[in-house]
Design a protein around this ligand. Structure first.
Ligand code: SF4
Length: 383
């Protein structure tokens, strides 16, 4: 199978004096709250301004970011929250990402794959419950050849022409991505994990390459997918500098979606004893991401709901506008554990949706029955 090209290296993070460096003179001498207002107005800052914000912000600055982000979300998306039905199609994976509970070397995992018929019945139930996007997510499982993926996608596309189809099955060749797109896949999620190459290598074995990950993201964008990237908050060896690079990367790459959630250690991995990422940091970053890209599709993730009972509601109140409840058959949910203590693994899909509906209502938000595509900048402002 051809692999992604390794030659792509984005000209990210130019420093003063280097080609591509943008001297944001407006930033000079500004306080953190002034920088937040500037970001809210211009949607871009320099890398060093992001570092300064992450390093020096106070609780009041966090509150300011949250309220600017909430205002921005309401302006572009009203109080509506998009939902996506998540179908975890396989927990087999050929990779060994050091933080991941379903990595190849974890012998504790009881492996499973869903058959096409099972996937279609998840979609059937999801459609009945009001989902208009199906997200098929899984490990990099060689069983799911391009032919099998295209076959499944074609069947969903025929049965649900009004729904969006999202894939999240890892790094593939450009040719494979093109086949998926042609078969009717609209969106592709591939977390970049970290915009710092050295940090990436700390989180992954050496056969996985940051440049290849970046190349895949670029390929997906060029092909025409709505592209989602993302990263964990508080992952081992993450620093203010690497996080600032993540924010700057989002600003430059301009993805349609960005999934962030706190790092949560999984007991069978080498990071079992590491500290989890914090709710507070994740909420602050959600707010910054909303200000960087006002029409960004920004999920309040299950990991956020796992570290705090009200994590997802707080995420929505900090600028997120997407929820991705599980549509996988209940009997396989406990086998797809990327991290420990994951919530909603025992619930029925209908129960998950009903619970979320109630939670959203309590904070004045509304779950929508809508494909929930990324809005174009011009059409996204609600009068
Ligand atoms: S993070 Fe994804 S690619 Fe890495 S081991 Fe887990 S499922 Fe596989």
């Amino acid at each position: 199978m051809p692999v992604c090209r390794e030659s792509f290296s984005p000209a990210l993070f130019p420093s003063e004096g280097e080609e591509g460096y943008i001297p944001y003179s407006e930033e000079k001498g500004k306080s953190i709250s002034e920088l937040l207002h500037l970001l809210s107005e211009k949607h871009q800052l320099s890398l060093s301004a992001y570092e300064k914000i992450l390093q020096e912000r106070t609780e009041e600055d966090e509150e300011l970011a949250r309220s600017l982000a909430k205002e921005c979300t309401e302006k572009h998306y009203g109080n509506g929250v998009y939902t996506r039905g998540l179908i975890e199609l396989t927990n087999y994976c050929k990779n060994n990402c050091y933080y991941c509970g379903i990595q190849r070397e974890n012998a504790e995992v009881e492996r499973y794959r869903l058959f096409k018929e099972e996937i279609l019945s998840c979609c059937e139930e999801g459609y009945r419950l009001g989902f208009r996007t199906f997200v098929m997510q899984g490990g990099e499982d060689p069983y799911f050849t391009d032919e099998r993926i295209v076959d499944i996608v074609t069947a969903i596309r025929e049965a649900y022409p009004d729904c969006a189809i999202t894939l999240s099955i890892g790094e593939k060749s450009r040719e494979s991505y093109e086949k998926y797109y042609k078969a009717g896949v609209n969106r592709y999620l591939l977390r970049h994990e970290t915009a710092d190459e050295e940090h990436y290598q700390y989180l992954h074995p050496k056969e996985l390459s940051w440049k290849r990950r970046m190349r895949c993201l670029q390929d997906l964008k060029e092909i025409g997918f709505q592209v989602g990237c993302g990263f964990m908050v508080g992952s081992p060896h993450q620093t203010v500098k690497t996080l600032a690079k993540d924010l700057y990367f989002i600003q430059e790459f301009q993805p349609d979606m960005c999934g962030i959630g706190p790092f949560i250690p999984q007991h069978a991995t080498r990071f079992a004893k590491e500290k989890a990422g914090s709710l507070r940091e994740t909420l602050f970053l959600l707010a910054l991401l909303r200000l960087i890209k006002p029409n960004l599709l920004l999920p309040a993730t299950t990991a956020l709901g796992t570290i705090d009972e009200h994590g997802r509601e707080l995420g929505i109140l900090s600028g997120a506008n997407v929820l991705m409840p599980n549509l996988s058959p209940t009997e396989v949910r406990k086998k797809y554990l990327l991290y420990d203590n994951k919530i909603c693994t025992g619930d029925e899909s209908a129960q998950c949706r009903a619970d979320l509906e109630k939670k959203m209502k309590a904070i004045g938000a509304e779950l929508l029955v809508d494909r929930g595509d990324a809005k174009k900048e011009k059409e996204s402002e609600i009068e």
